[in-house]
Design a binder for this molecule. Sequence first.
Ligand SMILES: [Zn+2]
Length: 159
Amino acid sequence: MTRIGFGEDLHALDRAGDHLWLGGVRLPMPFAAVAHSDGDVLLHALADAIFGALAAGDLGEHFPDAAPENRGRASRDFLAAAAALMRARGYQIGNLDATVQLEKPRLSPHKTAIAASIAQLLGVAPAAVSVKAKTGEGLDAVGRGDAVRAQVAVLLIKS
Ligand SMILES: [Zn+2]
């Protein structure tokens, strides 16, 4: 038995910031994600994909923006909750494929570290995690440098 899930997330970028969390990795950047939590757009999309594969609602239902306990919260907590629900329902990660869109700087040098971080957070083999990087091609909010976007597809396997 397998189940497929998809997650997408977008965060505005604040040029007053100096770092971006991506997949649990803190990257020095000339901006920061505007967010209630640490703004890790990739972990948000991944947690949403896992909740989606389980048909268990979305990240916002599990961790409401308005809840004070979620302010500044590490997004790895969100992923851990999604993974715990996945295991409780008898599933494990088969593989996941992620794309992060950021106009600049290029994320290519960080893809391996980000994928390794996600594999570690989920306790899966590195070969089960794909992280790809794209720009916004100068178009839309990502292309203008105003936002970062992540999209994740995940396959769950009944364990
Ligand atoms: Zn988010």
